[in-house]
Design a protein around this ligand. Structure first.
Ligand code: ATP
Ligand code: MG
Length: 174
């Protein structure tokens, strides 16, 4: 019997640091021998960022579910298909009860595009074991998700180096 209250935590807003904060949670929990998984919407299956290399070394699962960022309208149908397939993987992992923490990285984009319904997502989150922590990241967290959450932090952009023409840096962006 795990004596703990599972939290629903959301990192949202336009400032940088949402996925970084989720990875920090992952690392802290890993140190406590907790079982953590990060499922990544949007990020393409072939992607190999610093966190993927680190996770491999740590023996932690970080699973990209997406197909890269989708902007073109002709690709929206594919985005929906990927999101729905990805969500089935998330449901399996959440309801398996195998994890102390499940991180749903960039989930809000799938909600914003209407690929997934916030009600259905919240229904699944309600069915999770009561000790399981959930972390959701992504801009524009929908009001229903915010209402259901125990903790919400909004990253506010005060400055971002991209705006002064500095490109993405190894170990910082990827
Ligand atoms: P990170 O993964 O660096 O923590 P994030 O998860 O907060 O960023 P996302 O919306 O997922 O932000 O976008 C990821 C990418 O976009 C990163 O390369 C990040 O540097 C960049 N980015 C994040 N916020 C901003 C911003 N306010 N302006 C420009 N680029 C941004
Ligand atoms: Mg992110």
């Amino acid at each position: 019997m795990i004596d703990r209250t599972g939290l629903l935590m959301v990192y949202t807003g336009n400032g940088k640091g949402k996925t970084t904060a989720a990875l920090g949670t992952l690392m802290r929990a890993y140190g406590r021998d907790m079982k953590v998984i990060m499922l990544q919407f949007i990020k393409g299956k072939g992607i190999r960022l610093g966190e993927h290399i680190a996770a491999e070394r740590m023996g932690v699962e970080i699973i990209p579910l997406g197909d890269g960022f989708i902007w073109q309208s002709q690709e929206l149908d594919n985005g929906r298909k990927m999101a729905l397939e990805g969500w089935t993987v998330c449901v399996d992992k959440i309801l398996s009860g195998d994890y102390d923490i499940v991180i749903l990285d960039e989930l809000t984009y799938a909600l914003e595009y209407g690929w997934l319904s916030v009600n259905e997502v919240l229904d699944v989150l309600k069915m999770r074991p009561k000790w399981m922590h959930i972390v959701v990241t992504g801009r524009d967290a929908p009001p229903k998700l915010v209402a259901a959450a125990d903790m919400v932090t909004e990253m506010v952009e005060m400055k971002h180096h991209f705006k002064s023409g500095i490109v993405g840096q190894k170990g910082i962006e990827f």
